[in-house]
Design a protein around this ligand. Structure first.
Ligand code: PMP
Length: 322
């Protein structure tokens, strides 16, 4: 679907995947005016469904606003995904953990060099079957807390799902791999003290009194849809849920004393994954026994069951497509 200032959204079409012709002076190639979303479609006993796509549409709108772009209306966003899925439902793989990954994105196509918001955009959605994030069962991830690099600062674009944030995080992801860790963990950009999030997931801590704590939405972290779902499910299960800053020191001391029993990361790709080991330039520590905590695994099971149509959809999260 194309957009031009003064004309609005036009030229919606479905076509076979192929290269997109781009002018070398297309604004996105120079000034990175680009946003995206990621969500999944599932085969369930009740048909083909998506999980909370309205929340992805709302976040897409918020990202567009932050990146000074026109927002694609929700009905066009959802309609584009329906159309893509309806082309052939056999695209959506069957089986535990498998799904059709959907990637809507929008970028500036206007041909100009100069720093200002573009006046022309292209919105696209592509899809790809994906298998389970974990092969051979859920395994705790190890994380590398970067001291040198941060992902997003207050007033920056951290709360928007834009390519630039990921570009900024790649170097820390490389550092993580060099230290044998699965994911980079970002600390806040001001004090380099408080846990913000992982390169592609939000973080939760489970305290010994059953309280769940997650970093607050300061504008520097992505408001994850899985994060929001986890808070809702945890509150229903009777947990106190707090959004407050947690320093790496509090985490380490809590892990050692037993005050923090479990830690987990959550996002569309993995749903929920336990965090086993935390490494940083100052050393490393193990979260609880480095295994998969009971609260973590219970919340994971509950959420996966709702997504897969095996548990009641009490919050109206499951969106039927076919
Ligand atoms: N933080 C970042 C940086 C991410 O890329 C993602 C994945 N979209 C998340 C958090 C989790 O968000 P969600 O639960 O909506 O997938």
């Amino acid at each position: 679907i194309r957009y031009a200032e003064g004309k609005g959204w036009y030229d919606a079409r479905v076509e076979a995947r192929g290269p997109i012709p781009m002018d070398p002076a297309a604004a996105v190639l120079h000034y990175a005016q680009e946003i995206f979303e990621g969500l999944k479609a599932y085969q369930t006993d009740d048909g083909v469904t998506m999980f909370r796509p309205e929340a992805n549409a709302a976040r897409f709108t918020a990202s567009a606003q932050r990146m000074a772009m026109p927002a694609l209306p929700e009905d066009l966003f959802l309609g584009s995904l329906h159309q893509l899925i309806e082309i052939d439902r056999s695209w959506i793989p069957q089986g535990e953990g498998a799904s059709l990954y959907l990637r809507p994105f929008q970028f500036a196509t206007e041909v100009f060099l100069g720093v200002r918001p573009a006046t022309e955009y292209l919105y696209c959605a592509i899809a790809s079957p994906v298998g389970s994030y974990f092969t051979g069962g859920v395994k705790p991830v190890s994380v590398w807390a970067s001291q040198e690099y941060t992902r997003a600062a207050p007033g920056g674009t951290g709360a928007a799902k834009c390519g630039g944030n990921y570009a900024a995080s790649l170097i820390a992801q490389g550092e993580a791999a060099a230290h044998g860790c699965d994911q980079a963990l970002f600390l806040d950009a001001v004090e380099r003290t408080y846990v913000d999030e992982l390169s592609g997931m939000n973080v939760f801590f489970v305290y010994d009194d059953g309280t769940l704590v997650t970093p607050p939405l300061t504008g520097a972290i992505l408001p994850g849809i899985t994060r929001d779902s986890v808070m809702t499910l945890a509150r229903r299960a009777g947990h106190t849920v707090q959004e407050r800053p947690v320093s790496l020191t509090e985490w380490q001391e809590g892990a050692v004393s037993g005050r923090i029993r479990e830690a987990f990361a959550c996002g569309t790709a993995a749903v929920i994954t336990p965090i086993g080991v935390v490494k940083s330039p100052d050393g490393e520590f193990t979260v609880a026994d480095g295994g998969s905590g009971e609260v973590t695994m219970r919340l994971r099971q509950e959420l996966v069951d709702i997504q897969r149509g095996r548990a009641a959809d009490d919050f109206g999260w499951v969106h039927r497509v076919l």
